[in-house]
Structure formats: C-alpha cells, structure tokens
Design a protein around this ligand. Structure first.
Ligand code: G6P
Ligand code: ZN
Length: 608
C-alpha cells in the first residue's frame, strides 16, 4: 500500500487509467428522476422509492456535482456518513461510499454501525484535531421523526463543513443537477465496509495509482465529550441528581439517542439504567412515530401524568420530577415536569431567561442573542426585550440559524455569535453545533433545575414552578399548533394562494373580537448574506398581539401537511387550558382559510 496523502492531490483520470481494480470508476447510465427537491430538512420519501433503481444514487451523484461547482475540496478533506439507524441505513451507506470514492473522495468516516444522531454528526464534522481531521461535509441518513421501515420513510440530507444543513444555494444546485443527470459515477468493485467494527480500511487501486481510506469511527463519544464542555456535569450530579426527591426518565423512542442517553445519563451522570427507556435503536422505531410530542410520545406522557392535550391526569404515585424524549435522529426534544407539559416555545423562553445557568453561555460573557422561527411563539421576544438580547425571526428550518451563528459580523467586537435558538416544532439548541440538539435541551433544563435548586435543604423547585414563575414575570403566550396531515397537495396549494391573494383585503378586517392589524406573507432577508427566502407562511397579526399563521410543511413525506399555528398573549391569566383560550382564533382561522372547503377536513390529525 502507498503512504497516505501521496495521491490525495492526484488528478488522475480514473476512468481512463487501466488496472484500477476496486477504484475503477464506472459511469452508470441513469436519467433524471422527478421530485428530488430537498425540503425543510433534506430529501424524504417512502423507503420503497429510495430503494428502487438509482434513486439514492442519483441524489448522491447530484450532490457531488454540486459540491464540485461550489468548490468543495472533496479530494483532500473528509466525508462523514451516519444515520438514525432506520431501515436501509446500512445499505445506503455502502452505496454512498462507492459513489463518493468514484467522485474523488479519498477519506471517509463512517459512524460505527452507521449510528449517529444528527447533532452528533454536526459535532463530528466540526471536530478538529489530529484524529478528526478536516471534514468537508456529511451525508445524514435520516427522515428524522418520520416512521421508519420498508413501508415507511427514508431520507438523506447533506450538511456542510460548518456542521449545518446545506444552505438553499446548494440544495437548489443539487436539485438542478437531479433534473439533468445522465450518469452516476461509481466504484462498483469497491468492497463493502464492515461498519460494525471500529478501524480503518485502506483500499488501493490494483496498479497502485490511487488509494481511498475508510474509517469506522465512534459516533457517540465526540458528542458526549462536547456536551461535557458545554455543561457542568459535576454540578448537575452533585446538586440535582443526588437529591432523593429528584427522579428523571428519558425516552429515546427506539430512535438513535438510546446509546447517547446511556453514555450520558448512566455512564457520565451516574443515574440508574432504568432512567433510559426505549433506548435500543430499532430499524422501524418499534413501529411508532419517533416524534416527541403529546400525540406520539405516549409512553412518556403516561408516565409523567399528562394526557394528549397536555392536561394533568391520574398517574402512579411515583411520577418522575423530570421527563424528556428525543426523536428518531436525536435533534428534537420534549420536556415535561411532574404532570406538566412545557411547550417548546415556552421552553425556549425559559432557557433564554436562565441562560446564565449554562456554562457555555456564561463563559462567553453571557448570551447575546436569541433566534426563533416565525411560527414559534413570541414568548422569547419578551425575554429578549427585558434582558436586552438581540432577537432574530427566521423562516422554519434550522439552517437559517446556522448562518447567524457563523456570522462574525453581527455583533461588533465579538467574532462569533453566541446564540440560543428554538422552534415550536420541538427543536432547541445553541451554537455548540449547527443542528438542534435533543440531549443538549435536556441538559439545559437539568442545568436550569440545578441552578434553581442550589440552596441545600430547600424543597425541590420543580419544572412546573419554574415555568409558572416565568409566566408571572413575562405573561403567558398561550400557543398551539394544528396539523392537517396527508391532504391533497394541489388543493392545499390553492388554499395558500387564495389567502396570499386576500392579504390586502384581510388587513384591517374585524372578525368577532379580533381585528387583523396585518395579513401578510412572511419573507426573510438573511442579515448575514442578504439571501432572500420568500413565501414562508401566511400571517394574520391581530391588533392585540395574537397571531394566526398558516404554512405548508416542508417535511411531509407524501401529500401535503397544512400547519395552523395559534397564539394568544395573556398578561395575567395563566391557569387556563390553551384550548379554552384559542377557540375563537381557530374559528377565525377556519373562516379565513376555508380549510374545510379546500381540504375536506373537519379536524386536525395532530395537535401539539
Ligand atoms: C425539521 C426541521 C425544523 C422544522 C421542522 C418542521 O425538524 O429541522 O427546522 O421546524 O422540521 O418543519 P415543517 O416544514 O414540517 O413545518
Ligand atoms: Zn429530527
């Protein structure tokens, strides 16, 4: 074998060179396949679609073509591959390796067993050092919380060297390439890699003219190591977890976070094994939606004494003090206290108000800015105003936060942007990585609870009391989201077009006890690079600060999902159920959208 590095800069025409053996490139003839436009978070389709013919191959080849146009140094830097462990993860990895090598990639890191959560992959891409050399990007094999299995969903997305999802510039280019693709370049004879064993495989061309190196790496440890620098594990352990009156449960929902949760809660924080439930990653997530919300995380909500509308219900005597869950690929989170559900929007606001409890922010001179997606409630805005934090309102999709985090220009005198971000869709995180991070959110809450409970001997300050105290200071943004899943796409699109056209006439209209101060279509100009994202949802901003927002989901696997977001601010009344508060807004929303007429639906499929 040849010394590594020697051929890394070679520009040999691999197709022409003779005797290449495993590195011989075949141009496999293909044709464009419709519908390969990446959505909010990558390309997601039924698994059946992905396994058929060259569906995956086309997308991966189109990505490499885009990377070449964008000037990525694929020959001299490393490609990372991992996934959420769903059905087809392992096979897809082998296909990607063969295409990557044919496209000139010479070093690949694959997470052991193909298992790596989305935030962990972000951490691995960003890791720099003698072992983890520079990565140019990663393929993440995940459809997030969508069910997995041969009859369910599969997905792929590409993240860039900053560790974050590819920006629209790149995904547009990828999509364009999928529409013109003629051939997939593949090293068909490249051996399958045993991804169950850590280690390095070097594969050389028979004639010695080139070599590729595939490393199977630990997908768990780098993330846990990073989190240990963001939080004070010792303090959490000593102050909070050692209290006999504090108990917790973490539900991995049979997704990717099980092994992370064991490494974190059991090995690093010393909690009993029973803390982690559904902690073995399964190819089909046990047949469930691995989505941490009140509808799907039923094991957890039952244990925590909360029903599917968030109300407290009868439960066993030993309801834990703290409950949390993550989704299939580990980037989402749900936070619960004893018989108490924390909405993601409130979670973000509480973390913003208590950010000094998180050493990562404190060490950087304190949090400077917060960001939320447009449909996320304005609870965090109130914190930002009071604590003098900059506030960014972005379109739905974590990628918009990444650009802010990477900016060195947003804040004078600071060459980074310490940022706390969150979305109503159960995503929370910071600039420690460039994805939302489920375990980060759990640790952030543990850190806040640790700080709140630092007086020895005092009664336990609970999740519920922290949130209620927050409302007492800031008021409460009652908030919920209705999803109408699997509706006809054409009809849903027509409905959005109708509301778009009606924005001028709706502005100023009074319906019932509400006046629409502004009806508009949300658009975003990125403050860092000036890129424009149009058509990001229809807003009805009421004169009293309440909001109705309509969007079409960008992550629906098939058909369309209409999302209706409802928000009402109450400065003094905190003890109502959200459904009592937003009732009239729902009626107005249905009237403005003619939703029933367009979609035929009476009721939402999911309420969160
Ligand atoms: C993914 C993205 C989030 C987004 C969520 C819902 O989790 O990473 O950024 O908020 O999907 O997106 P959707 O377009 O379906 O509302
Ligand atoms: Zn996810």
């Amino acid at each position: 074998t040849l010394p590594p590095g020697v051929y890394e800069n070679a520009t040999v025409d691999l197709t022409a060179a003779p005797g290449l053996g495993p590195l011989k490139v075949t141009k496999v003839k293909t044709a464009p396949i419709d519908g390969q436009k990446p959505g909010t978070s990558g390309l997601r389709k039924k698994t059946k679609v992905f396994v058929e013919g060259l569906y995956l191959h086309n997308f991966v080849q189109a990505t490499f073509a885009a990377l070449k146009t964008a000037g990525s140094d694929v020959a001299n830097e490393t490609l990372v591959i991992g996934g959420d462990g769903r059905y087809y993860n392992d096979k897809a990895i082998q296909i990607i390796v063969k295409i990557a090598v044919a496209n000139g990639v010479r070093r690949i890191w694959i997470a052991k067993d193909g298992i790596a959560s989305t935030p962990a992959l972000s951490a691995i891409i960003r890791e720099r050092g003698p072992v983890w050399q520079k990565a140019f990007g990663a393929f993440l094999l995940t459809a997030s919380h969508n069910p997995g299995g041969p009859d369910e969903d599969f997905g792929i997305k590409y993240n860039c060297e900053n560790g974050g999802p590819a920006p629209e510039k790149l995904t547009d280019l990828i999509y364009k390439n999928t529409q013109t693709i003629q051939a997939v370049e593949m090293c068909e004879a490249f051996p399958d890699v045993d991804i169950s064993v850590l280690g390095e495989t070097k594969v050389a061309a028979t004639d010695g003219s080139a070599m590729a190196c595939v490393q199977v790496v630990d997908g768990i440890k780098p993330h846990i190591d990073l989190l240990s620098t963001v939080f004070d594990f010792d303090a959490i352990k000593k102050t909070l977890l050692s209290r006999p009156d504090f108990t917790m449960v973490f539900d991995a929902m049979s997704g990717v976070t099980g092994p992370y949760a064991k490494a974190l809660f059991v090995d690093a924080l010393g909690l009993p094994e029973s803390t982690c439930v559904n902690a073995t990653p399964l190819e089909d997530f046990g047949g469930h939606h691995a989505d941490p919300n009140l509808t799907y995380a039923v094991d957890l909500t039952k244990k925590m004494g909360v029903d599917r509308t968030g109300r407290a219900v009868e439960a066993a005597d030993d309801v834990p003090s703290f409950g949390a869950a993550s989704d299939g690929d580990g980037d989402r989170n749900m936070i619960l206290g004893t018989k108490f559900f924390v909405t993601p929007s409130d979670s973000l606001a509480v973390l913003a108000a208590n950010s000094d409890a998180i050493p990562f922010f404190k060490a950087q001179g304190g949090l400077k800015a917060v960001a939320r997606s447009m449909p996320t409630s304005g609870a965090v805005d109130l914190v930002a105003a009071k604590l003098n934090l900059s506030l960014f309102e972005t379109p739905t999709g974590w990628k918009y936060f990444g650009n802010l985090m990477d900016s060195k220009a947003l804040f004078k005198g600071v060459d980074y942007t310490p940022l706390l971000c969150g979305e109503e869709s159960f995503g929370t995180g910071s600039d420690h990585v460039r994805e939302k991070d489920g375990l980060w959110a759990v640790l952030a809450w543990l850190a806040v609870l640790t700080e709140a409970n630092k007086t020895p001997g005092a009664p336990l300050v609970t999740v519920e009391s922290i949130v209620k105290q927050h409302w007492a200071i800031y008021g409460r943004n009652y908030y919920c989201r209705y999803d109408y899943e699997g509706v006809d796409k054409a009809r849903a699109t027509e409905m959005m077009a109708m509301m778009t056209a009606a924005t001028p006439e709706n502005t100023g209209k009074t319906i019932g006890s509400y006046t629409i101060a502004t009806a508009d279509v949300f658009g975003y100009v990125d403050p860092v690079d000036g890129s424009v994202s149009k058509n990001q949802g229809i807003r009805f901003l009421m004169a009293d600060g309440s909001r109705i927002v309509f969007r079409l989901s960008g992550t629906a696997g098939s058909g369309a999902t209409v999302r209706l977001y409802l928000e009402k601010y109450e400065p003094t009344v905190f003890d109502k159920h959200v459904s009592e508060v937003v009732g009239e807004l729902v009626d107005i929303a249905l009237q403005l959208s003619k939703l029933k007429e367009y979609t035929g639906r009476d009721e939402p499929t999911v309420i969160t």
